[in-house]
Write a protein that binds this ligand. Structure first.
Ligand code: NAD
Length: 499
């Protein structure tokens, strides 16, 4: 029986960091080293200012990383990639797999160059047997590529067993998801050696996950595809309900009532059925496009176009939202102040990758609106840097003002766009709240121009919008909110207020 005593995780990002923190905290006898090429990222993991925000993450990292009188420290963060690989008997590959930007499949295929580079480095360095675990989300069949690399580059006497163990955590609830996963999938080649390796990984999880939730007998291709399939089906539900929201706006139907009624059907269930301005995050779009590309290369054009529509509806929904606001402001936004509450793609994370807020900001910048932006977890500097990188620093310096609070952003605004469903936008949770009560903060009270009156009819107070418009997205994530046109008639959320 193989046992794991030393784990290395290549990639200290949103997946590698939290996953290994939980693995280490639950397996005191196992040493876990998370490595990354980025020195600043590793420095941050070794400090009290972690590089990412997740509820509960700080505590769990400090518990395992710092140790105590009662417990040894067994979680390490390092840039010594080769040293950690050398020592490990199990290696998670947790690097990014973005959409390819150039070459064959650009704009659709997953770029696995970082996975490949990590595998090559492992193959070059390893002098003892290793269990290699694909944690990154990869196209179906990637394990074969890895096996080829190990065979071509690795020492002949070293055994490499490749497993697929996709990660299903959702940002914003990563620690809760990791502590209580719905399932752990471990795909292997199905050979006696492969199954032994799968069982060794299963034992690591069994330190806290009930055995019946650990499926260590899955075929490796199924395991790879299951992750893509799960993300695609979650994204598809969001696009489905969003497409129905447009029908509601054009008729008299109420999307909230539709979501509720449909969700009561046990075969459908209530999750991921709230209309929103669309899903964001680094995974949904890229994973759906990855599946689209796979279908294309497998000569299944009908399958490809079916899934492509999920992304198309999402883009359309984001665009519709921006156009609605522009129309509501008499189709002239130039010089008007728009408050943007939330830049992260969902609450409880500072992650802004593929955030619908950024797409919205792009549209508002092209209209030359003045943007006042606040997000509790995206700092002043990051707002300027990230938007500057995306839209040009000159334009951002001219039109974007990061704000220190929702109140400051909303002052003198002609419209308030709630882009992330942070609790503080609905509950007045955070302090200080010196002069204004968030519940009283309607657009009309802050606006000075007649146009704002029109805006008032399209964007109600943040506190009254939030609950109605939250929508689950990626892997249980919540989608940014869509300001309703008025609280009594949520079916007309994106309709033309002038009608
Ligand atoms: P990330 O960009 O936050 O982290 C990846 C890290 O890998 C980066 O810090 C990068 O510097 C590092 N890296 C890249 N190549 C390296 C190398 N050769 N050696 C050492 N470090 C290297 O990405 P993420 O969000 O953690 O996602 C990682 C994978 O997990 C992706 O495939 C993603 O699709 C998947 N996933 C993500 C989530 C999520 O919610 N973010 C959830 C489930 C699965």
């Amino acid at each position: 029986v193989r046992t794991v005593k030393n784990i290395c995780c290549v990639g200290a990002g949103y997946v590698g960091g939290p996953t290994c923190a939980v693995v280490a905290s639950k397996n005191e006898d196992v040493d876990v080293t998370v490595v990354d090429l980025s020195q600043p990222r590793i420095d941050a993991w070794n400090s009290s200012q972690l590089p990412i925000y997740e509820p509960g993450l700080q505590e769990i990292v400090e518990f395992a990383r710092d140790g105590s009188d009662q417990r040894r420290s067994n979680l390490h963060f390092s840039t010594d990639v080769r040293g950690a690989i050398q020592k490990a008997d199990l290696i998670f590959i947790s690097v990014n797999t973005p959409t390819k930007t150039v070459g064959v499949g650009a704009g659709r295929a997953a770029d696995i160059k970082y996975v490949e580079a990590a595998a090559r480095e492992i193959a070059e360095v390893a002098t003892s047997d290793k269990i290699i675990v694909e944690k990154s989300t990869v196209p179906c069949g990637t394990s074969e590529i890895l096996r080829d690399i190990f065979e071509a580059v690795g020492e002949p006497h070293v055994r490499f067993d490749v497993l697929s163990n996709p990660e299903f955590l959702a940002e914003g609830t990563a620690i809760a998801d990791l502590l209580s996963p719905d399932r752990i999938l471990i795909g292997s080649e199905g050979t006696p050696e492969g199954l032994e390796a799968a069982n060794a990984l299963a034992d690591v999880y069994a330190a806290w996950v009930p055995r019946e939730r650990i499926r260590a007998d899955v075929n490796i291709w199924s395991s790879e595809l299951a992750k893509l399939a799960a993300n695609c089906m979650l994204a598809q539900r969001i696009s489905s309900i969003n497409s129905l929201s447009a029908i509601c706006e054009a008729t008299g139907a109420n999307i909230k009532e539709i979501s509720h009624s449909v969700g009561l059907d046990k075969r459908i269930g209530p999750n991921f059925l709230k209309a929103s301005i669309g899903f964001g995050g680094s995974c949904f779009k890229k994973d759906v496009l990855n599946l689209v590309y796979m279908a294309e290369t497998l000569h299944l054009p009908e399958v490809a176009s079916y899934w492509k529509a999920v992304v198309d509806i999402n883009e359309w929904q984001k665009d519709r939202f921006a156009k609605h606001i522009i129309r509501a402001l008499n189709s002239t936004v130039e010089g008007k102040r728009i408050a943007i509450l939330g830049l992260a793609y969902k609450k409880n994370t500072g992650d802004t990758r593929e955030s619908p807020a950024i797409a919205f900001i792009g549209q508002m910048l092209s209209e030359r609106a003045q943007l006042a932006i606040y997000d509790p977890k995206v700092s002043y500097d990051r707002i300027l840097r990230e938007l500057g990188d995306e839209f040009g620093h000159e334009a951002v310096a001219k039109y974007v003002k990061p704000c220190e609070s929702a109140y400051a952003a909303c002052e003198r605004a002609s419209a308030v766009a709630i882009m992330t469903e942070w609790d503080e936008f609905k509950t007045d949770q955070l302090t200080p709240r010196p002069t204004l009560d968030l519940r009283d903060l309607t657009v009309s009270k802050l606006s000075t121009t007649p146009v704002a009156k029109r805006a008032d009819s399209t964007s109600s107070a943040p506190s009254s919008q939030s609950e109605d418009n939250m929508s689950s997205d990626e892997e249980g994530r919540q989608c940014p909110s869509t300001p309703p046109t008025n609280t009594s008639s949520p079916t007309t959320e994106l309709s033309d207020p002038t009608k």
